[in-house]
Design a protein around this ligand. Structure first.
Ligand code: ATP
Length: 404
């Protein structure tokens, strides 16, 4: 009923971009993008009101997102070329606005639209051969300056090529290589670089995408020392094995891209990782989260490799300081000697708690109380190492400790 409302408000509405592509590919896509010829914020507000949803408006960009109570979101954007430049008289001119909007998009397969207004509901607009390219399995830009306008499209090309197992069209391939030679990537905003790498690393076939980035010499735009060699690929294979195991055991998906990024960056010097994060210009919180993770992975690896063998409690203390994706990256990188300990850590040790608590220590009149948390940690360690597994033995253990 977007169409009905569009008719009422006198706007034209189109379903655009990735969702149209995915409908044609018979794939699911939950990201609904709608272009409004008129005012997307006004449309979104009316649409939200009618459906008991909330509209968040971005007045400057004339966009809005409607959020339904169950969390489902629909994005609305105002057609990039102003509607009033094209009075709705001749049908040819009528489509000029959406055509212009679509022409500014990245690839032909992403530049199709479906009309939503009632009268022509469902009509596919494909001005640039998107359907043909879907059939031919081709990623193709819409014009020769596409990568110059926005070099980040090169990373998007890699992502879509790998996701759908498409080829980069021959002309697009030449433009792509040209863009790399022109060093245009300095111009791409840091956050965009980060997001595109994050999306690539979230793809199932990210290894192939990284290989393609190597082929096109794109890795250097993240850092000159960034490499993808056989050893790195083997590390990714180990990571995927441990991730599969983790998913199967806990029916839970850890944040994949962080684990994969940590592996990708694991051979870089700390200063290089710092440069990369500076370049990404993430907000303070995200920068800290990522730099902590990458640093921990490096330090942890060095330490584990030096230590070789250690009690389960020491291993657990060490691993539990890290967020799950970072701990998984370490597990993948550290090799087989720790395999059993890693698995035991995730399935058992990280959940271990002492069977006694502060109340027991109070009842035993142990002083000072500021030591309670240390004492209970020591009990937990002892339990993990199988030294005292029931309440009675833990009470005895803690009494002895307190005496010392
Ligand atoms: P995904 O399935 O990964 O979400 P998507 O095609 O929906 O892919 P988005 O990044 O959500 O990708 O972008 C939505 C649409 O916006 C694209 O289909 C494309 O038409 C357009 N678009 C996005 N980024 C660019 C860009 N850098 N240059 C031109 N058009 C873009």
């Amino acid at each position: 009923d977007v169409g009905a409302m569009a008719d009422e408000l006198g706007f034209k509405c189109y379903l655009v971009g990735g969702v149209v592509r995915d409908i044609l590919l018979r794939k699911t896509n939950e990201d609904i993008d709608i272009v409004v010829e008129g005012s997307a914020p006004e449309f979104a507000k009316s649409f939200a009101d009618r459906h008991g949803a909330r509209a968040a408006v971005h007045a400057k960009f004339k966009t809005a997102v409607v959020i339904f109570p169950d969390g489902f979101r629909v994005d609305f954007a105002t057609s990039r070329t102003e509607y009033y430049h094209f009075p709705a008289s001749a049908p040819m001119v009528e489509d000029a606005s959406i055509k212009n909007d679509l022409f500014r998009r990245d690839f032909s397969i992403n530049a199709m639209a479906v009309k939503l207004n009632k009268r022509e509901f469902g009509t596919l607009l494909d001005f640039f051969g998107g359907q043909r390219d879907l059939q031919d399995k081709k990623i193709r830009v819409l014009h020769s300056l596409s990568f110059v306008d926005d070099p980040s499209r090169a990373l998007r090309a890699v992502r879509f090529a790998v996701r759908f197992d498409f080829m980069i069209g021959p002309h697009t391939d030449r433009l792509f290589r040209h863009a790399v030679n022109l060093d245009l990537f300095e111009r791409v905003q840091g956050q965009r670089m980060f997001l595109e790498l994050k999306y690539i690393l979230s793809e199932k076939n990210y290894k192939k995408a990284l290989r393609m980035m190597r082929k096109y010499d794109l890795l250097k735009f993240f850092h000159k020392d960034l490499r993808l060699d056989e050893r790195k690929e083997a590390q990714f294979d180990s990571l995927e094995m441990i991730l599969d195991w983790y998913r199967f055991q806990f029916d839970e998906e850890p944040e994949l891209y962080i684990a994969r990024m940590a592996v990708l960056f694991s051979d870089l010097e700390k200063s290089a990782v710092k440069d990369i994060l500076e370049r990404f210009q993430l907000d303070e919180h995200k920068t800290l989260e990522h730099s902590e993770c990458f640093k921990q992975v490096k330090d942890s690896l060095a330490w584990l490799k030096r230590s070789k063998k250690m009690p389960n409690s020491v291993f657990t203390r060490h691993m539990s300081r890290m967020a799950t994706p970072c701990a998984l990256a370490v597990s993948a990188l550290v090799g087989e000697i720790f395999e059993k300990q890693v698995k035991d850590y995730f399935s058992v040790y990280r959940y271990v708690k002492p069977d006694i608590g502060g109340n027991d220590l109070l009842a035993m009149k142990i002083e000072p109380k500021t030591e309670y948390s240390n004492l209970l940690s020591a009990v937990k360690d002892a339990k993990i190492d199988g030294k005292c597994t029931d309440r009675e033995s833990q009470l005895r253990f803690v009494a002895e400790l307190a005496l010392k």
